[in-house]
Design a protein around this ligand. Structure first.
Ligand code: NAD
Length: 248
């Protein structure tokens, strides 16, 4: 039996990396999947085709996740076209690294807006739908550095810590309506985001990982599947690290 039969998922930032792996994992487990992306139209079209080939319905929406009105328009359209929304994955994210003393206001604002405000935008738009359905699972893509901090990433770490506070608050506020909210804190996952790191830096990171390898997007997608499914029906307000033990 597939784990998400009859469910509708909305994943932000899904044209590549972790979001893409989650969209495909959910579809392979029986969910219809709507997703957002910024500007990669070809990648969005091919993701829709891959999901449809799995026998599921899919549609990609080009929208800036940091924009409050766009998020509400997307959610209204998904609800209209798909009939319900059971799972929201707040995955869209960027890095604009720099030491605190050299960080400018734009670097701070864009990371907070894209990583944290986006999650507020979509959660704000989806929770009325989920409350009417008396159920839903919200998954925020945090990071191990949101729990530990990281030199050179004060903006990113703050945004990822904010996602934890957001999920824990939603868990308390909306548990009585059957809405669960949790975070995944990935460690070092091989995607375009980490692909720009020099080889020696990557090797150094990997040495600190007890499981001795970087993570794959599919490793994170498996945790998302658990949190999206009824297997985690009694799990809310939690952070699950997916980091090969690097933050244990
Ligand atoms: P990625 O750069 O490969 O993918 C990020 C996705 O977000 C892309 O599809 C991009 O188009 C989308 N996106 C960015 N800004 C957007 C916006 N304003 N509106 C809509 N979509 C937008 O990165 P990834 O590694 O797949 O990361 C996915 C999530 O996981 C991010 O939130 C990231 O912070 C988090 N994460 C990644 C790692 C890692 O090691 N890769 C570790 C911890 C957390």
């Amino acid at each position: 039996m597939e784990m998400l039969t009859g469910k509708v998922a909305l994943v932000t930032g899904a044209t590549r990396g972790i979001g893409r792996a989650i969209a495909l994992k959910f579809a392979s487990e029986g969910a219809d999947v709507a997703f957002t992306y910024r500007s990669q139209h070809e990648a969005a079209d091919s993701l829709v085709k891959e999901i449809e080939a799995l026998g599921r319905k899919s549609r990609g929406f080009s929208a800036d996740a940091a924009d409050f009105d766009s998020a509400h328009e997307v959610v209204a359209q998904v609800h209209k076209e798909f009939g319900r929304i059971d799972i929201l994955v707040n995955n869209a994210g960027i890095t604009k690294d720099g030491l605190m003393m050299r960080m400018d206001e734009a670097q701070w604002d864009s990371v907070i807006d894209t990583n944290l405000k986006s999650a507020f935008n979509f959660t704000h738009a989806c929770t009325p739908v989920m409350a009417r359905q008396r159920g839903g699972s919200i998954i925020n893509m945090s990071s191990v550095v949101g729990l530990s901090g990281n030199a050179g990433q004060c903006n990113y770490s703050a945004s990822k810590a904010g996602l934890v506070g957001l999920a824990k608050s939603i868990a308390k506020e909306m548990g009585s309506r059957g809405i669960r909210a949790n975070c995944i804190a990935p460690g070092f996952i091989a995607t375009d985001m980490t692909g720009t790191l020099p080889e020696d830096v990557r090797k150094e990171w990997e040495k600190q990982i007890p499981l001795r390898r970087g993570g794959r997007p599919e490793d994170v997608a498996n945790v998302a599947l658990f949190l999206a499914s009824d297997m985690s029906a009694y799990v809310t307000g939690q952070v699950i690290n997916c980091c090969g033990g690097m933050n244990c």
